[in-house]
Design a protein around this ligand. Structure first.
Ligand code: BG6
Length: 516
């Protein structure tokens, strides 16, 4: 433990590149919903309890469900918002800043009530137009809410709205066309600098660490290319099924739900070129360049480069088709895996294998970088050293670098070392940076960081319009093909296993880097 503390002291004052967050009024559309209750409000409370939330502040919850300020506060008090007992003494103070208005999203009157309430709350706190609007409703109503908000002067492009920021949750559209429609509508009413398209994976500590790791250390970047890297494996496995979200999920599927957004973000941060400076626009330019370099999927190539699957019943665990809200003839995939190539100098012919599924063996997200083995091994395998040829497993393995995004946040490096003893034997050993052990606490919830960034006006960890469009463009042909194929090539896998067996055959994988 002592060692860890020494380490923390040495990094504490090291190198901060933070922007300063400003006091904001947080106005949440869909405040009585799942996202607000499970993620947003607990994150704001957590920031408040750590004294990180800029003051003064207020939260105005909006929704169709009928509450007033008092009943909404009571509702929150009994929910996961305050699950940590550590700061229970601060609950009452925090709740004094929480308000609620219910109404119909399609009535102009509701929006003028909202405006009056905001002005009143700002006046009492001496705040001036620093408004963070959070779209936490089902996506089907985003357009209406934004149109009404613009018509009623809540949002706009004019100078008086300069400090207005709007956070839009995923799913951002259903395909390229619908995403473009939504985006065009949003851009009519807001400048790009006011729009924060959120992907909560970008707020995860280890995901942010990819950039630090690559560009703040000189020892890895020279090796970060096709000459030294054999393949890259990105997986986002989930143990849970679709639960109560079948209504949404059955129309989406795993490719829309996880690939178009989270998986593409992980891929672009892992593979992008270094920006000339750590600045939002420059980083986002590089991500977009990388996405543009991904080899598009032609119709003929889809069946060779993609696998989809659906989980089936095991014991008392329901199969996808038995989940409440899933249609009987559904052919929605709960698992997808694909082989990607990035056609540029750095990555030519290096395969990137991506996999994500529900009801897998465990909840785990990670990026595994497989380095090539040494070009010539000076250590011949000699059977008289005690190993019969039978027991020697292939050639000497290459190094592995693993970014554990969750649940055990950290970074591991595997390399060869000599086994102690008189014989010359080697084995793979692991150097391990475990976030919790080193820093003494679990990383904060991704939404905490992202909300602070919105209040600081920092868009680095948010999706720019071109980024969002390019990744839809990439997946549109795959989605169209699967729609045509219906149940053909939709492979089943038992709940609790890592996807369909066919994955390895179809993608021609000899040795998986996902299950390391
Ligand atoms: C969401 C998806 O964006 O991410 C969910 O809609 C998925 O289906 C979730 O379960 C995974 O997020 P996390 O942070 O739990 O890995």
């Amino acid at each position: 433990m002592r060692e860890n503390n020494d380490f923390i002291e040495s990094v504490q004052d090291h190198y901060c590149t933070e922007s300063i967050s400003m006091p904001y009024g947080i106005i949440i559309f869909g405040a009585s919903g799942d996202l607000a209750r499970r993620k947003l409000l607990p994150s704001v409370f957590s920031l408040y309890s750590k004294n990180l939330l800029p003051q003064p502040f207020f939260i105005l919850g909006l929704g169709r469900t009928e509450y007033d300020d008092i009943s909404f506060r009571n509702y929150l008090e009994n929910r996961e918002v305050f699950s940590s007992e550590a700061f229970s003494g601060l609950k009452a103070d925090f709740l004094q800043n929480v308000y609620y208005l219910s109404g119909d999203y399609e009535s102009g009157e509701f929006y003028s009530d909202i405006m009056k309430k905001i002005e009143d709350l700002e006046f009492r706190r001496n705040m001036h137009g620093h408004r963070l609007f959070y779209m936490a409703t089902p996506p089907g109503v985003y357009c209406k809410i934004l149109a009404f908000s613009a018509e009623n002067g809540l949002i706009g492009k004019e100078p008086e709205h300069e400090m207005t920021r709007v956070v839009v949750e995923k799913p951002f559209g259903h395909d390229l066309k619908s995403a473009e429609r939504l985006d065009d509508m949003i851009s009519e009413n807001l400048n790009e600098s006011q729009i924060y398209r959120i992907d909560h994976y970008l707020g995860k500590e280890t995901v942010q660490n990819i950039l630090m790791f690559r560009f703040a250390n000189s020892i890895f970047e020279p090796l970060w290319n096709r000459q030294y890297i054999e393949s890259i494996w990105i997986s986002a496995d989930e143990e849970s099924g679709v639960g109560s979200r079948a209504g949404y999920f059955d129309k989406a599927g795993q490719l829309r739900d996880m690939f178009q957004n989270h998986m593409m973000q992980l891929l672009s941060l892992t593979a992008m070129e270094p920006p000339s400076y750590f600045r939002s626009d420059l980083i986002r330019d590089e991500k977009v360049k990388l996405l543009k370099a991904i080899r598009p999927f032609t119709k003929e190539g889809i069946d060779e480069n993609f696998v989809r699957g659906v989980y089936t019943k095991v014991g008392s665990v329901k199969g996808y088709l038995q989940e409440t809200g899933v249609s009987e003839d559904s052919f929605t995939e709960t698992f997808a895996a694909g082989k990607f190539f990035v056609d540029n100098h750095r990555w030519k012919d290096v395969p990137f294998y991506l996999r994500s599924g529900k009801r897998m063996n465990k909840k785990e997200t990670k990026i595994v970088v497989k380095f090539r083995p040494v070009s010539h091994s000076i250590f011949p395998i000699i059977s008289s050293a005690g190993l019969s040829e039978k027991n020697v497993k292939g050639s000497m393995p290459g190094n592995l670098l693993v970014f554990n995004v969750q649940p055990e946040e950290g970074i591991k490096l595997k390399f060869q070392a000599k086994h102690p003893g008189p014989k010359l034997c080697m084995s793979s050993i692991t150097m391990d940076f475990n976030y919790e052990k080193i820093f003494g606490s679990k990383p904060p919830e991704a939404y905490e960081r992202l909300l602070m960034d919105v209040m600081a006006g920092d868009q680095t960890l948010f999706i720019r319009h071109d980024d969002m469009r390019i990744s839809w463009e990439l997946f549109d042909p795959v989605l169209a093909h699967w729609k045509e194929m219906k149940k053909n090539n939709l492979y089943e896998y038992p709940s609790g296993e890592n996807g369909p067996e066919e994955t390895f055959r179809v993608l021609k994988i000899k040795e998986s880097g996902w299950d390391i």
